[in-house]
Write a new protein. Structure first.
Length: 75
């Protein structure tokens, strides 16, 4: 239900690290604040900016779970 709303935001935030984030891989538990991504492919250039002494040619993250807290209401 909320996957369609959250997916574009995740694409913007995670787009520099992952390849083609299909919306069917996004699971949202709104009340618990948990976003689960399954079988996400890494971009080969995801970590180039860190200038590591090795290169990432590709990879998959089996499970990425993000816990999101709501911002406190301002008065």
């Amino acid at each position: 239900m909320f996957e369609g709303t959250v997916a574009p935001w995740l694409e913007r935030v995670l787009g520099q690290y992952v390849v083609d984030l299909p919306r069917e891989q996004v699971r949202v538990a709104l009340w618990s604040g948990v976003v689960r991504l399954e079988h996400v492919r890494l971009r080969p250039d995801a970590f180039d900016h860190l200038r590591l002494p090795f290169a990432v040619r590709g990879g998959t993250i089996a499970l990425l779970e993000l816990k999101v807290r709501a911002a406190p209401h301002s008065r």
